[in-house]
Design a protein around this ligand. Structure first.
Ligand SMILES: [Zn+2]
Length: 526
């Protein structure tokens, strides 16, 4: 049987990575992420797939591939697969001997366009992840809105009643089986992982949470830590009968861990891979681009200029590296970085999973928890406060001494700011990417209105050429990616996670590397 690769996402577009590698009887997915592009064609924040119809909406609208046997049985209404069988991409992956339809999903990193649709997968399928990746997936699920679309770590099982699917109140959550790339969990992490805690009212059915044995479906799997805009990112290589197949996930070279991505390139090159699936998010040049260290160098003098005034830092959720940049800036300017409860929960989880990389915030660490006045606290928020060893700071404290703080904030927390008094004349540091679509542009306008109403100066506005850039991309530029691929020197390049797969043709002239452009659902034999 030939070795094949089928892209069920990330073909000709950015995100939605769901890439099936098949070799003999082995089936492995690289990532299983949300296709935000296609999902945005049908849904917005208010109009969502109906939980009562389970898999019907995402399958019928082509948000997830029509692969029978791959998904949670409890999300299937009778007749679902009869309806899907006419779809040209339909396949039945059910294994005659039983067992999960695929041997494992290898998660590259916990951005939702790489792991979000794991929520729909059969809870028996092993999820291979870094420890930090698992901690983030868990934290996102606990602190995010409860939804059947966000069940990456554990699932709330449904049952049919009068033609609709609903949660079974008495039924404990089903933990997904996770295999951790760095080895077994420490005691605290293991306890956290297996304990529903007060974050969920129901218990958790246990599932394996073990060290990754280095093989999936009998195929050797190697991984390398890589630099990206979220902790716990890795690139992979899987040994098949056609040779090694590399999968980059999302990579960059200009963050604090750029050396790891270079080591990944060397490691892959040594395997002489048959094929490489490589991302191509930002193929333009690096002109004007900055790294995390430059953000720090830019932010410190701004904070000094606004001495005595409040600074607000707006950066991507779960961008822990950026959080650390603002923490360094807080230390250098004698301020305290105030975190929102969900960031604090995430830091606690990361600390439990990777105590050496993520020390617990304490009284001396220039970190505080903002006592979010808007919330009737959810159980996980109460838990976070109870476990918090560093100061807890309320809106009154900030109003009294605004120059003592950097408040971490985002568009979704802006209404907290109405409680703060005497903050006019302070600064709002926007440390995010520019708007990529109309909805994001409207959000950015809303943010500008808030900042103006609060009487703050906005710095880092991506649409204001006079304002310094305070954002570092999570992705390598075109030149770096071309060098990466030339270093790895696969026989075949499959360009994914890019809107311009044709860009590679010119880049690889004379390299001897064959390019196979993916199409959604088309089988590529390697
Ligand atoms: Zn990413």
């Amino acid at each position: 049987m030939p070795t094949t690769i089928t892209c069920y996402g990330a073909a000709g577009k950015i995100g939605g990575n769901k890439i099936l590698l098949e070799d003999g009887g082995a089936r492995i997915f690289f990532d299983f992420g949300i296709d935000f592009d296609r999902s945005g064609m049908f849904f917005n924040e208010l109009l969502r797939p109906r939980p009562g119809r389970g898999l019907l909406d995402p399958l019928a609208l082509g948000l997830i591939p029509p692969l029978e046997g791959l998904y949670r049985g409890d999300l299937e209404l009778p007749g679902l697969w009869e309806r899907m069988r006419g779809n040209p991409a339909y396949r039945n992956l059910t294994r005659s001997g039983g067992g999960p339809a695929v041997d494992a999903v290898l998660i590259s990193h916990p951005h939702l366009d790489h792991n979000g649709d794991v929520s729909y997968l059969d809870c028996a399928i092993p999820i291979v992840s870094t420890r930090a990746g698992a901690a983030i997936a868990r934290a996102m699920q606990v602190t995010g809105p409860a939804s059947f679309e966000r069940e990456m770590a554990y699932a709330s099982m449904r049952a049919e009643k009068e033609g609709k699917l609903g949660s079974v109140r008495s039924e404990a959550y089903q933990l997904r089986p996770f295999l951790f790339l760095e080895g077994p969990l420490g005691t605290d992490a293991r306890e956290f992982w297996h304990c529903a805690g007060s974050s969920t009212r129901k218990g958790l059915h246990a599932a394996p949470a073990e060290a990754f044995p280095g093989k999936v479906g009998g195929r050797a799997v190697r991984h390398w830590a890589v630099d990206h805009s979220i902790p716990g990112a890795v690139g992979y290589a899987v040994q098949t009968s056609a040779g090694w197949v590399g999968y980059s996930g999302d990579i960059r070279f200009h963050g604090r861990r750029g050396g790891q991505t270079r080591a990944y390139a060397e490691g892959l090159a040594a395997l002489h891979p048959r094929a490489l699936l490589c991302e191509g998010t930002h193929l333009e040049s690096a002109a004007g681009r900055i790294g995390e260290e430059e953000i720090l160098e830019r932010v410190v003098p701004i904070l000094a200029h606004y001495a005595g005034k409040l600074a607000i830092a707006d950066f991507g959720p779960r961008n822990v590296e950026r959080l650390q940049v603002f923490l360094d800036a807080a230390r250098r300017t004698n301020r305290t970085l105030l975190l929102q409860p969900k960031d604090a929960y995430l830091l606690n989880a990361l600390h439990m999973f990777e105590p050496e990389c993520y020390p617990a915030p304490d009284a001396g660490s220039n970190v505080g928890l903002f006592d979010d006045p808007k919330s009737a606290p959810r159980p996980w928020e109460r838990e976070t406060r109870e476990a918090w060893r560093a100061p807890i700071v309320c809106a009154g404290d900030v109003s009294e001494k605004p120059g003592g703080f950097i408040l971490a904030d985002s568009l979704w927390d802006l209404n907290d700011l109405a409680d703060l008094e005497g903050i006019a004349g302070g600064v709002y540091l926007f440390s995010n990417s520019r708007a990529y679509d109309d909805e994001q542009a409207a959000d950015l306008d809303r943010l500008r209105n808030w900042v103006r109403w609060l009487g703050l100066d906005l710095i880092g506005d991506p649409d204001d050429p006079a304002s310094p850039n305070l954002h570092a991309s999570g992705h390598a530029c075109g030149d770096e990616l071309a060098e990466f691929v030339r270093t790895v020197k696969p026989e075949i390049l499959i360009p994914i996670h890019t809107e311009h797969p044709e860009w590679w043709e010119e880049q690889l002239i004379g390299s001897g590397i064959e390019i196979k452009k993916p199409e959604i659902g088309r089988v590529i034999t390697i």
